[in-house]
Ligand binder design. Sequence first.
Ligand SMILES: Cc1cc2nc3c(=O)[nH]c(=O)nc-3n(C[C@H](O)[C@H](O)[C@H](O)COP(=O)(O)OP(=O)(O)OC[C@H]3O[C@@H](n4cnc5c(N)ncnc54)[C@H](O)[C@@H]3O)c2cc1C
Length: 348
Amino acid sequence: MLPTARRVLATRATGLIGRAPALNLSAHDRQRLLSTLAILEQRDGQLNHSSLSAFTAAQKLGGPVHGFVAGSNIKSVAEQAAKVDGVEKIIAVENGAYDKGLPENYAPLLVENIKKGGYSHVIVGHTAFGKNLLPRVAALLDSQQISDITGIESENTFIRPIFAGNAIATVESSDAIKLVTIRGTAFAAAELASGSAVVEDGVDPKAESATEWVSENLTKSDRPDLATAGRVVAGGRGLKSKEEFDRVMLPLADALGAAVGASRAAVDSGYADNSLQVGQTGKVVAPQLYVAVGISGAIQHLAGMKDSKVIAAINKDADAPIFQVADVGLVGDLFEKVPELTEQVKSA
Ligand SMILES: Cc1cc2nc3c(=O)[nH]c(=O)nc-3n(C[C@H](O)[C@H](O)[C@H](O)COP(=O)(O)OP(=O)(O)OC[C@H]3O[C@@H](n4cnc5c(N)ncnc54)[C@H](O)[C@@H]3O)c2cc1C
């Protein structure tokens, strides 16, 4: 029998009530009319992982795929995106007002460009940017958003986890424009390869916004980014203090070239920064290797890491639920086992 956290319940929820009547078209005609706009998220001129995953999801739908990007000095970002194989066009809007992706002016911008392009699907990563932006776009287009999908069954049927990943819903939408956010870990990032999409200027409604970007305070780290790292080592309440968390976990992360993550209990106790929280109310990760140290395996933590390819757990309690999802488990005192493991990795 599958361990509890990996068990899923398939449901078919047709609860997405479409306001537009379902089109009575053949599969071939629908495919012909289908076209997708992937919204690209950029920071300081670099496309992020979820933008490239949005391209992958868009290509799964079939039909032409366009990308959309806006901000200052945007042409170089558009040209990066144009290298993704199979993408027809990148629509770029040059205007510094869109640099921070504020939904107040970005949503009307997007609506104008969606209407102009006549897209049937719009896809964006389920990131802070996508989650902030798409509900407004959906409201302006009178469409029902389809959130955090992990699979595409057809052009109107999508798979999404619900109840912190304990059930998987299959949702069907009859809206004329499907507005979809995707879970980045479920769609591999498209590669910047040898594509040669056309870069075209988009329309800019220059909507007034009552909201102004003031400042941001970002945590800087030389370690790999938690959301996209191939290896993650995460610590929990078992670490006992911030000093011990840093002393025990950071050398293991360095030895493995891994990103550092933490349970909510560790974050709430001040052992690790908020940005490192993994789980239902933190980041969702799916690295090749996830090492859980002094983490019990509460369902809300599992929601953020159970799709990792290999899960290793170190815990002194042999009955800790984390062992139900772990591929490799070590029962013992973490203060003894982790330094030993670190030395072994270093000397391997
Ligand atoms: C709405 C909601 C959202 C939540 N979102 C999240 C979320 O996003 N992420 C998240 O992580 N949690 C989340 N939680 C909290 C979650 O329910 C758990 O409380 C939390 O994950 C527990 O963290 P932990 O495993 O570090 O601590 P504990 O459950 O206290 O486990 C500590 C573990 O360390 C082990 N241990 C102790 N000492 C040692 C030692 N010396 N050597 C080896 N092992 C040792 C213990 O055996 C134990 O298993 C959420 C809860 C709610 C209600």
